[in-house]
Design a protein around this ligand. Sequence first.
Ligand SMILES: Cc1cc2nc3c(=O)[nH]c(=O)nc-3n(C[C@H](O)[C@H](O)[C@H](O)COP(=O)(O)O)c2cc1C
Length: 214
Amino acid sequence: MNTIILNGSPKGNSKNSNSKIFAEEFVRNMKNPCEIRCIANTNPKELARYIEDFDTIIIILPLYIHAMPGIVMKFIENIEPTTTKDKYIGFIIQAGFLETEQEKFVEAYFADLAKQLNYNYLGTVSKGQAAGTYMYPKMFKKVFKLLNDLGSAYEETHSFDKDIVKRLGQPYEISKFMLRILNLVDKVGLNNTLWHKELKKNNAFDKRLDKPFL
Ligand SMILES: Cc1cc2nc3c(=O)[nH]c(=O)nc-3n(C[C@H](O)[C@H](O)[C@H](O)COP(=O)(O)O)c2cc1C
């Protein structure tokens, strides 16, 4: 099986792209690492033609406003349905929110898309709480190990290991206890610390409550 990995982040090959990091960790322990390409800054028609030489496509993407990036949508619209039975497609979503339940709508779309394209569906792996990956890589060692194992297992079995997928997908929902903690963190303002630092760095802190469209 020859597989191509597509990085669906609009940040493309930037070292700040968490999708890029996820893709690199996925192939890290493979005996024959898959090719990785970016969807950003690529002609979607040409890329759709290029992937026709591969049996399997795995798209690794972030969520932006609960949805896939527009460049991923545009690329998908250029994939031609296949008439063969041996094409496969799978997805790895990484996103900022803690709970992976929010991914269920995109996942349902991906499952349906595979049917429409006549591709076999490998499934969708979801990982929440991933926004800080490029900023704090040391805190993501366990996640990287899971991704390394997911990649090696994929190379051997041509499928996503169910146990690893389950572990990456935790928590699916926010527990009542966690919700209480989050509410407290919100009241104290701790959740804004990093965001406010960014605003100050960009001289935008005083404008944070502006409503330019009103
Ligand atoms: C404008 C914007 C919108 C975002 N919307 C969501 C969202 O709806 N849900 C979520 O879980 N994370 C959201 N995130 C966080 C990204 O999914 C997260 O930072 C991801 O790791 C970015 O991946 P990338 O670096 O590969 O682009 C958003 C981030 C930005 C900047």
